[in-house]
Ligand binder design. Structure first.
Ligand code: ZN
Length: 108
């Protein structure tokens, strides 16, 4: 079965949080409690995303469903991991980029 959009986005979020957590010296093998909570929160938001499988990547989502604190936290993570994910997970990053571009084109 091909991976769904939600599953893919969850994987990306997980990778980005892991890069951030390890890189910031929070946790080693596992996510620190704070980052684990953020990941869980992000997962729940994705599960409840009203766009379901049609969803755009959250970055481009017209509805920002994160609460203020979590949004600030995920933004820090994205800023940190955005450039780094290209090094650690070039394939996942490239795929994300392609989907993003496709969505942009599709919306025009
Ligand atoms: Zn952490």
């Amino acid at each position: 079965m091909p991976k769904t959009q939600i599953v893919k986005e969850k994987e990306i979020v997980h990778k980005m949080i892991a890069i951030y957590c390890r890189g910031s010296g929070h946790g080693k093998e596992q996510l620190c409690p704070e980052c684990a909570a953020l990941l869980e929160y992000a997962g729940k938001r994705l599960d409840h995303c009203r766009f379901g499988e049609e969803k755009p990547f959250c970055k481009h989502c017209p509805i920002h469903c994160y609460n203020k604190d979590m949004r600030a936290q995920i933004r820090t993570v994205m800023r940190y991991s955005g450039p780094r994910i290209m090094l650690y997970h070039p394939l996942a990053a490239a795929e994300h980029l392609v989907s993003t571009v496709k969505q942009r084109i599709a919306r025009k």
